[in-house]
Design a protein around this ligand. Structure first.
Ligand code: THU
Length: 143
């Protein structure tokens, strides 16, 4: 990978993180107070956003990643290139995707697809889908 390529990718990831942080402000999280925004970049270069939407019947709430993936599918996106997650209570804190969202990401991703999280020191770090969901469930002929 050339230095140019890394720089372009970092700019892309930074822009996706900013988009995730902006959509995080739309979260409906009156019960947990934990707001999450997610940005998905699909393989056509389109960006899809989602936030968590909680419910008074707690189990009916949904995650930001789930919403972003649903937006991608509804908009015609097919495969995920990158996912960037921005979550936290008052400020943005490190937020790793829940197990259900790892499975939902995996449905539209490859093992080396990158999921970007903010670390405690503020840097953005990529985790592969394979690392986040080892031995995840798949159907042989799922498409
Ligand atoms: N949440 C997400 O949106 N994504 C995750 O991957 C982890 C958790 C939401 C669900 C709930 O609204 C709040 O964060 C606290 O769990």
């Amino acid at each position: 990978m050339s230095a140019d390529r890394i720089e372009i990718e970092n700019d892309t990831i930074r822009a996706l993180f900013e988009a995730a942080a902006i959509v995080r402000a739309q979260a409906h999280a009156p019960y947990s107070g934990y707001r999450v925004g997610a940005a998905v970049l699909d393989d056509q270069g389109d960006t899809w956003l989602g936030c968590n939407v909680e419910n008074a019947s707690y189990p009916e709430g949904s995650c930001a990643e789930t919403a972003a993936i649903a937006a991608m599918v509804a908009g015609g996106g097919q495969r995920i290139q990158h996912v960037v997650i921005a979550g936290g209570h008052d400020a943005i804190e490190p937020c790793s995707p829940c197990g259900g969202c790892r499975q939902r990401i995996s449905e539209f991703a490859d093992g080396d697809t990158q999921v970007w999280l903010m670390e405690a020191n503020g840097t953005l770090t990529a985790y592969s889908v394979a690392d986040l969901l080892p031995a995840g469930f798949t159907l042989v002929d799922k498409r």
